[in-house]
Design a protein around this ligand. Structure first.
Ligand SMILES: NC(=O)c1ccc[n+]([C@@H]2O[C@H](COP(=O)([O-])OP(=O)(O)OC[C@H]3O[C@@H](n4cnc5c(N)ncnc54)[C@H](O)[C@@H]3O)[C@@H](O)[C@H]2O)c1
Length: 258
């Protein structure tokens, strides 16, 4: 029933085989979607090689550099999608960044630069990619972003990223309201803690995971694969009536009061 055959999906945020975006890309591929992915360009090309090698089995038809602070790179991908696919159906926004020093210690000490960098990359980028690519969603579409409970409740050390996720979840609602008339749905998945490159920057991430393993109803945290399956569902016709929502994929942790 979950059929994404004939759908064109662009997945942002794959860095390595632990990335949540990698879990999502695999599930979209399994459901039949045609994939495009980006890598974060850097001078030494570290991400490019890793991403190209990793995604090869999924045979993505577009692999391009994209730093979400770079409008020219965002536009170049829009051109490639228009030329090669003609239409975009699915956008996965699965990226975030904050300076390591802003992910521990006192939140009040966050610098002006650190605050705007985190919000620019982790939150505004959803708006920017949507604005730049929505005209390609000519047959409706589904946009999915990744959030975390730290955007709703205080989680030690999550600090500025919690503010970024709160703004991201509200952006989902505003974008869903704006784009609904074009049958473009916008949702977030709030994932439980998973060990990845990005999450390793958050102070005490392993303590967070161990706490979830003790307290969550399912007595464990979730996997990239489980987040991927939920994303594939949200992108499919099975979720055609769902927009503007935050779906918790967290082994139930969010419901617990103690
Ligand atoms: N790992 C967790 O515990 C967890 C839980 C909930 C939500 N999330 C969210 O999931 C998403 C993916 O993170 P992840 O945990 O898979 O880590 P990850 O490190 O694998 O992915 C983060 C991605 O962000 C990309 N990125 C950073 N700066 C960028 C920029 N300027 N332009 C373009 N891309 C940039 C990186 O290249 C990387 O691919 C993030 O939004 C994160 O906040 C993670």
């Amino acid at each position: 029933m979950l059929d994404l055959n004939g759908k064109n999906a662009f997945v942002t945020g794959i860095a390595n085989n632990r990335s949540i975006a990698w879990g999502i890309a695999q599930q979209l591929h399994n459901a039949g979607a045609n994939l495009g992915v980006n890598f974060l360009p850097d001078e030494k090309g570290r991400y490019e090689k890793k991403v190209r090698d990793l995604v090869e089995p999924l045979e993505p038809s577009i692999i391009m550099p994209c730093d979400v602070r770079n409008d020219a790179q965002i536009e170049a991908i829009a051109d490639a999608i228009a030329k090669q696919w003609g239409r975009l159906d699915i956008l996965i926004h699965c990226l975030a960044f904050a300076n390591k020093e802003d992910l521990s210690g006192e939140f009040s000490q966050t610098s002006r630069e650190g605050f705007s960098l985190a919000l620019d990359i982790s939150t505004y980028s959803l708006n920017r990619l949507t604005a730049a690519w929505k005209h390609l969603m000519t047959d409706g579409g589904s946009i999915v972003t990744l959030s975390y409970l730290g955007g709703v409740k205080v989680i030690p050390n999550y600090n500025v990223m919690g503010v970024a996720k709160a703004a991201l979840e509200m952006s989902v609602r505003y974008l869903a309201a704006e784009l609904g008339p074009q049958t473009i749905r916008v949702n977030a998945i709030s994932a439980g803690p998973i060990r990845t490159l990005a999450s390793s920057a958050v102070g005490g991430i392993m303590d967070m995971i161990h706490h979830v393993e003790k307290v969550a109803p399912l007595r464990r945290t979730v996997t990239q694969e489980e987040v991927g399956k939920a994303a594939a569902f949200l992108c499919s016709d099975l979720a055609s009536g769902i927009t503007g929502q935050v779906l918790y994929v967290d082994a139930g942790y969010e419901i617990m009061g103690m």
